[in-house]
Design a protein around this ligand. Sequence first.
Ligand code: 5GP
Ligand code: ZN
Length: 115
Amino acid sequence: MADCIFCKIANGEINAGVVRKTPEFVAFRDIKPVAPTHVLVVPTAHLSAVRDAKGDAGHRTLGRMLAFAAEVAAELGLDSGGYRIVTNTGRDGGQSVDHLHLHVLGGRPMTWPPG
Ligand code: 5GP
Ligand code: ZN
């Protein structure tokens, strides 16, 4: 989608610290990390948020994206200590980039509830 920063990262137009890329998903380092490991996982095809991943195709994308994020977490050495996967959605969810993404956060203990 034109003017979407994560579409531009996914198609290589903008450089980001890519840690894993497949035709369907890209994982890259967050520009403002809030944990020692902070990676974003996005589908290469634009979807605005998790609430827009509808129907069989959307549901399958979500399943594969979560599995992809878990593989990335394992590759980054987070399995033993654990990690958190988050997707902020819309205004109240604190979403600031309107291209579906999972945050993979690790390397420090997380607290609950989130702010
Ligand atoms: P949200 O607030 O939508 O859940 O998360 C968006 C995330 O994208 C934020 O953590 C923010 O730091 C990150 N971000 C925004 N712009 C860029 C960018 O141009 N490059 C990278 N690598 N991360 C970005
Ligand atoms: Zn996009």
